[in-house]
Design a protein around this ligand. Sequence first.
Ligand code: PEP
Ligand code: MN
Length: 336
Amino acid sequence: MLIVMRQDATQEQIDAVVRVIEEKGCRARPIPGGERVSIGVLYNKGPLDPAGFQAMAGVKEAIAVTRPYKLVSREVKPHDTVVRVGNTEVGGNRLSIIGGPCAVESESLAMATAEHVKKAGADIFRGGAFKPRTSPYAFQGLGEEGLKILAKVRETFDMPVVTEVLDLEHFDMVEQYADIVQIGTRNMQNFSLLRRAGESKKPVMLKRGMSATVDEWLMAAEYIMSEGNENIILCERGVRTFVRHSRNTLDFSAIPVVRRESHLPVIIDPSHASGYRDQVLPLARAAAAVGAHGLMVEVHDMPDFARCDGGQSLYPDQFALMCRQARAICDIFASS
Ligand code: PEP
Ligand code: MN
């Protein structure tokens, strides 16, 4: 249930509603809005009677939330969330672009790639220091050394960085260096990791599980938000299907559904969705057209020598072209 307070409700009236919710054994989550405060009721065992709340001073209405996810739903917060990341924002009308290599491989390669990424007009740099690899023999990332290189990229190019956390053990370390903590497709339902991300002060990028429904994805975001972290960016990265022409199938239809159901920003990763460089540019253009708030794309100074995902990494000039074309498409919608 969501208790919507009147515009002129006093703090005492808000506190009184919170007390009643807690006396019923539930948890109250005040949600400040532009004009009025709403209070989300969490952990209720069954349906609550709205009449009691409606009769309280300062209450405008009590609304039953019909979705299984609550805090991430538009029923609870109708307006779009814009996530502030360093000197930029994800959400709203401007297309955010995140670019960088699959993995941080060395300082010189990361710096060279970051220079291209910055020059192309991207907002955020990406790069894995801990890599989830299918094979235990494949390059696993540089670990803390990679995180230190990312910190250097941030300082040199004045760009926030996003990097993946694989497990609880390394959360504190990754959180310390990252501007956005990424939870990858393989961890979307790692509930202890989600709860830990919910305690973080850093924004979290939650990639869609490769076999997850939109509901499961939003419930995973709910885990994070229920612990108090409201800065979540969703990322569609393709789902497993029967096709062989690409690594995954980019589920464009999830974007309008997520935007209808949730106030959270949602971006698209066409690199992991396709697995092939020649598919990335057309998918990125389509992502801008379908209403994604941003793109996350792999780009490498020397893709042919990449230790990880070289075949799907763009050359720097392709990345610059992609930035121009995707932004132009986004602008058509922003201005109409
Ligand atoms: C990544 O973005 O580095 C990554 C491993 O992606 P995913 O979790 O979508 O496979
Ligand atoms: Mn990759």
